[in-house]
Design a protein around this ligand. Structure first.
Ligand SMILES: Nc1ncnc2[nH]cnc12
Ligand SMILES: [Zn+2]
Length: 358
């Protein structure tokens, strides 16, 4: 892969210090080989025949996936080592620690309860572990957090509806802030889940809605998510570029796309980050945030994704601050927190404008 721009020295420090918000990270996707094997041992879990047996072998296997489904097959095996509340806590907290070191200020994290409940893990174990990690991250790392529950689209929508009903009390308590939709995209279009989204919105009008769309699926997956699921955010959404009217709509309706550059390369959606329509999004006025998706599988956390974008596009400080502000404004945190982050962006800009002009 040719890298067009260097990202070292002041510009790297600038990207590090720039207040970053993450809107698209699956907590189960932060489970790397280094944690997977100890957890498997701790919980006496064995893997299917042919599954790598060492950290090195597994890292090698994660170097390349043929497509989304190839990755998901490993992702579901990986999560089978999560059994106890402590496991869920450890997983989430170690992600928050890593991301905080990358300069993360605000994190909206996905989790896949159906992937655990179908293995016999009570949903309370999953949510309590993740919630406690969020609380500790807020207190000790100063990160603000939101939990977003995702439905697995390869499972029937009836199962999704039961899952939503089973977490009623957590929505009431405000522990879960939003609903998302993930897993195998193309065979399971958004319209299959209209009943789940409308039920939740009717019962909890303040709930935030998002869905994976336009990662491998075409632009109709994006527009149907907007029209039928009534989402206000799209996870990935990169195939929106194939439909000019949709691009204009995304800009007009201020829909945030949570894009995941290193993920798109690893899952062979594009050959390299430079092929992503990032410059076009800016030209059309489509807001996006830059995210890590499943960092333990795709070779990089949030800062690595920012760096990869810089290496391909070489944006100036103004453009990077625009990206940071759009990402803050598209967050589901309160206005006070947004203002804090926006002010911090101005300060970082002033500092590096001086440094880079010297
Ligand atoms: N990139 C992705 N797309 C769809 N489902 C996912 N689950 C975890 N990562 C995902
Ligand atoms: Zn994702």
């Amino acid at each position: 892969m040719t890298v067009g721009y260097e990202c070292s020295g002041h510009i790297r420090d600038f990207l590090h210090e720039l207040p970053k918000c993450e809107h698209h990270v699956h907590l189960e996707g932060t489970l790397g080989p280094d944690l997977l094997f100890p957890l498997a041992e701790r919980n006496c879990i064995s893997f299917p025949n042919g599954f790598p047996t060492s950290v090195e072998e597994l890292e090698k296997r994660y170097k390349k996936f043929s497509d989304l489904q190839d990755f998901l097959n490993h992702y579901y095996i990986g999560m089978s080592v999560l059994i106890k509340e402590q496991d869920f806590f450890d997983l989430a907290y170690s992600y928050f620690e890593k991301a905080e070191k990358d300069g993360l200020w605000h994190s909206e994290v996905f989790f896949d309860p159906q992937g655990h409940v179908e293995r016999g893990i009570p949903i309370e174990i999953v949510i309590n572990g993740f919630k406690k990690a969020c609380e500790k991250a807020e207190k000790e790392l100063g990160i603000t957090t939101k939990l977003i529950m995702c439905l697995l689209r390869h499972l029937p929508s009836e199962d999704g509806l039961l899952t939503i009903k089973s977490v009623n009390t957590y929505y009431e308590k405000g522990w879960i802030h939003g609903l998302g939709l993930d897993s195998s995209e193309k065979p399971f279009p958004p319209e299959l889940f209209e009943n789940c989204y409308s039920f939740l919105k009717k019962n909890f009008p303040n709930i935030q809605l998002t869905a994976h769309a336009g990662e491998e699926g075409g632009p109709s997956y994006v527009s149907n998510s907007l029209d039928l699921l009534k989402v206000t955010r799209i996870d990935h959404g990169i195939n929106s570029i194939k439909d000019e009217k949709l691009m204009e709509r995304l800009a007009n309706e201020k829909i945030l796309l949570s894009i995941c550059p290193l993920s798109n390369v690893k899952l062979q959606v594009v050959e390299n980050v430079g092929q992503l329509p990032i410059a076009e999004f800016i030209k059309y006025g489509v807001s996006f945030s830059i995210n890590s998706d499943d960092p333990a599988y795709f070779g990089g956390y949030i800062l690595d994704n920012y760096i990869a974008v810089h290496e391909s596009f070489g944006f100036d400080l103004e453009t990077w601050c625009l990206i940071a502000r759009n990402s803050i404004n598209g967050s589901w945190c309160d206005e006070k927190r947004k203002l804090e982050m926006l002010n911090a962006v101005d300060k970082v800009f002033e500092k590096y404008e001086k440094l880079l002009s010297n």
